[in-house]
Design a protein around this ligand. Structure first.
Ligand code: FES
Length: 151
């Protein structure tokens, strides 16, 4: 394992062990349940909006290390950002997680710790574990759905 992979592994383990923004959020404006039918795991995302900006965000649920770490990293990144910024971030994260690897490598500076999730690309069955939280985020900020599935 090279140094970068080791760093990514540490980030995932840390966010799984000590998930940030974990717990229910009272007075959330949006609540979305995200389900991964492949394994039956689910998470619930709570979002508080201040106009066009995510002022607070929390999640609950149980899942594998990748899904918990992804939810934790996503909430850390999403807090304080605008709906527009997050929609465009979603596109870049989605490309990082599902691209065939022929596109540009993820921009490490922009992705920051989110780049730790990029390793799932090599494991198709784990991609949905990592994208679950991000689909829930889009469902929440679009206000379009209160239950999303990765299928
Ligand atoms: Fe269920 Fe990863 S195995 S979300």
């Amino acid at each position: 394992m090279n140094e970068l992979q080791e760093l990514y592994r540490e980030v995932i383990l840390d966010h799984n062990r000590r998930p940030r923004n974990f717990g229910e959020l009272e007075n959330a404006d949006r609540v979305v349940e995200g389900v991964n039918p492949l394994c039956g795991d689910s998470m619930k995302l709570y979002v508080k909006l201040d106009g066009e900006r995510v002022s607070d965000i929390r999640f609950t649920g149980a899942g594998c290390a990748i899904s918990v770490a992804s939810s934790s990293l996503m909430t850390e990144k999403a807090k304080g950002n605008s709906i527009g910024e997050l929609k465009s971030l979603f596109d870049r994260v989605h490309e990082m997680l599902t691209g065939d690897g022929t596109g540009a490598a993820p921009d490490i500076d922009e992705m920051d710790k989110l780049a730790a999730l990029s390793g799932v690309r090599a494991y198709p069955t784990r991609v949905k574990c990592a994208t679950l939280a991000w689909h829930a985020l889009i469902g929440a900020i679009s206000g379009s759905q209160d239950r999303i599935s990765t299928e």
